[in-house]
Structures are given as C-alpha cells and as structure tokens.
Design a protein around this ligand. Structure first.
Ligand SMILES: *Cc1c(COP(=O)(O)O)cnc(C)c1O
Length: 365
C-alpha cells in the first residue's frame, strides 16, 4: 500500500457518532448551531485567544479577514506558501508584494521587510511555514512603526506555542485551516482569531452573506459558514490533539536521528522556547549525493509519496505569468529552497519502521 505524505487524524467512530446524535434530535445542521458554538468555545480555551470565529475552510477565512480589515493596495507576503495565501490576496483585489524568506525558518525575513513598505502598503501577511513561527516580535515592531495590520497565515501552526502563548495570539489576526490534511482537522474548516471584537463581528456577518440580522445587511458577504457535522468532528479531534502531536513527535525524532547529521541534507531546526506541532517533516537537499527530484523519484518507485511542498513558488504560477511583481528570481532564497525541499510522510500513526524504510531509501548509496 502506498505511503502518502499525510493521513488524516480521526476520532474513534463511536465517539463521533455519539457527538452527532443530538443533530438527529435538533435537526439543526448548520448556521451557527450548538456544535458550532461549542467548538468555538473549546478552541478559544485551547488557543487562549480573545476573539474567534469558524469558517467553512481556511481559504475563505483568509479572504474574509482581508475583507474585514478593508484592505486595499499592496499586501507584503512571501511566495513560499500554499496557493491559497497569494490567491486570497489577489482575489480580494489587492497586490501581493513578495518578501524573501529566512533560510532557517522558511518564514518572512524581517530584515527584508521594511524596504518593501511604501505608501501603498495596506498590511503584512506572513506565513508560519511548516509550523515554524515567524519572527513575530520583529515583524510586530516594524508593523507598529508603520501603522500596518499584521494578519498571519497560521494554517500550519495550530498547536504551536511560544512561552505558553499560542500562534493564534500573534499579530492583529491569525487564520487557521482545519483541512483534513492539517494537524487538527474538522474535515474541511478554518477559523480566524483576532484581537478586535469589531473585526470578529464583521467576520460573522461576512461569512453569512453580509447579513447582520433579518432586516439589516451591511456587507456584500458570501457564504463561508462551518456546518454542524464538521464542528462535531472538530470537537472530537480536539480531545485527541495533544496525543496526536505527541505521536508525531516520536516520528519526527526518528527522522532526526537518521537524517540530522547527513552531509548535504538539512532537517527542520527547532525554535527556541517553542512547543512545536510537528505538522510537516521538510528536508532540504543542498549538496546531497542526489537531487531533490532524484530522491522524490526513488521514494515514488517504492510506493512512498512525499511532496515538493512548496514548489513551485506562488510567484511562478502560470496564472500570474508576465504580471508585474510576480518574479521568482526576486526572492532568491525562497527560489533556492523551493528547488530543493521535500516534505516526507508525517502523521501520528506513521510506524517507526516505515520511517526507517524511508530513510534507508534516501540514504542507500
Ligand atoms: C491549507 C492551507 C491554506 C488553506 O486552507 P484550506 O482549509 O485548505 O482552505 C492556506 N494557507 C496555507 C499555508 C495552507 O497550508
């Protein structure tokens, strides 16, 4: 059987059935029902954030938060991310301005941020790539000096805490994805955490067609509500999250043991005072005997499917070809990493023998 890069976490079948039983009594399937409200409370407690609202997926959460901040003009971000980040900016009518990344954390390099700020800059939208936290202090400082909001794409960083503070609490807002492939999933789903009560209220209206109440429709909103079945999945999965992360830790440690000191191969660096979530296991092949693509082919031949994540850079996508500001060469470090990175299979139930087999295939002469 093929080993994929990830495998969704699921609660015991009976636990989920028990959780959705009430829905057969209430017949309330969506529109901010009891499960929706409970999951919001459970998440606020876990994340320790002030304001939170759920969405049908992370991408629409991101589009809605850009709208809620009424951003126009340029948004500084990075191209070393999933398609969603860049597409959300463009679909909201804004222009992404690509900042290069730090070669260790793969997140927005604050050294290169300030030079990109102009009078057209509306916000900064960095990504906590692979669950590595951005340099939130430096980014926050620069943003404050220029009076710019910071919205984090925190899709990878659910369950990451720095000095006990979750990644939901950095910046003016943070978007999470609860897609099936993420560390914590609601099948499909997402959330925005924010500081401002007003922004949270606007998000609640925006995700429900801009309807504030029956007679008052202040926004041209869409539909991005999470349904009760997804919320119930989240309630169950959240109960098991720390156990799942603990199992991921064992997988990551086994990979580390085998790959950490190999010439030309770089594993993810731990971050100081940070509790990681082991969302991904990225390896950069830089000066290794084999290229990234050769390693990919070797693994694929054995039924192991890693991912070239993130390759290509979003600034190299065909849909943006020839457009101003979309030049992968303008972010050379991001381009260098994108050409060499591979994320290896990583999930809570990945057997350590399989980790060994994957490492054997990569390391065999
Ligand atoms: C998964 C992901 C998204 C989009 O989330 P969905 O829930 O799949 O819509 C956005 N940004 C990043 C970095 C992601 O990994």
């Amino acid at each position: 059987m093929a080993i994929n890069v990830t495998r969704s976490s699921m609660p015991p079948f009976e636990e989920y059935c028990e959780e959705i039983r009430e829905l057969w009594d209430s017949h309330w399937l969506t529109n901010m029902g009891a499960k929706h409200r409970q999951l919001e409370e459970d998440l606020k407690r876990y994340l320790g954030c002030g304001e939170l609202t759920l969405f049908t997926n992370g991408h629409l959460a991101l589009e809605n938060v850009i709208e809620a901040f009424e951003l126009e003009g340029e948004i500084i971000t990075t191209p070393f991310t999933f398609a969603s980040t860049t597409h959300a900016i463009v679909r909201c009518g804004c222009q992404p301005v690509f900042c290069d990344i730090d070669p260790v954390s793969y997140t927005l390099d604050p050294e290169k941020l300030e030079a990109l700020i102009t009078d057209r800059t509306a916000a900064i939208l960095p990504v906590h790539v692979y669950g590595n936290l951005c340099d939130v202090d430096r980014i926050g400082e620069i943003a404050a000096r220029h009076h710019l909001p910071v919205i984090y794409d925190a899709a990878h960083s659910f369950g990451v805490f720095r000095r006990g503070v979750s990644s939901a609490c950095f910046g003016d807002a943070a978007m999470f994805s609860f897609h099936a492939t993420k560390v914590f999933n609601t099948i499909e789903g997402g959330a925005v955490c924010c500081r401002s009560e007003e922004i949270r209220r606007r998000l609640c209206d925006l995700k429900n067609f801009g309807i504030h109440d029956e007679e008052n429709v202040p926004y041209v909103g869409g539909n991005a509500k999470m349904n009760e079945f997804c919320a119930a999945m989240g309630i169950c999965n959240l109960r098991h999250l720390e156990t799942e992360i603990e199992k991921r830790r064992l997988v990551a440690e086994r990979y580390d043991e085998r790959l950490k000191n190999v010439e030309g191969l770089r594993v993810n660096a731990p971050q100081a005072e940070t509790k990681p979530n082991y969302a991904y296991y990225p390896v950069v092949f830089d000066g290794f005997r084999l290229t990234r693509d050769e390693v990919f082919a070797r693994l694929a031949a054995e039924g192991i499917i890693p991912r070239k994540y993130f390759y290509p850079l979003t600034s190299a996508f065909a849909c943006y070809e020839g457009q101003d500001g979309f030049d992968p060469a303008a972010t050379p470090i991001a381009a260098h990493i994108a050409a060499r990175v591979l994320t290896l299979p990583m999930y809570a139930d990945l057997p350590l023998e399989t980790v060994d087999r994957i490492c054997d295939i990569i390391l065999k002469p």
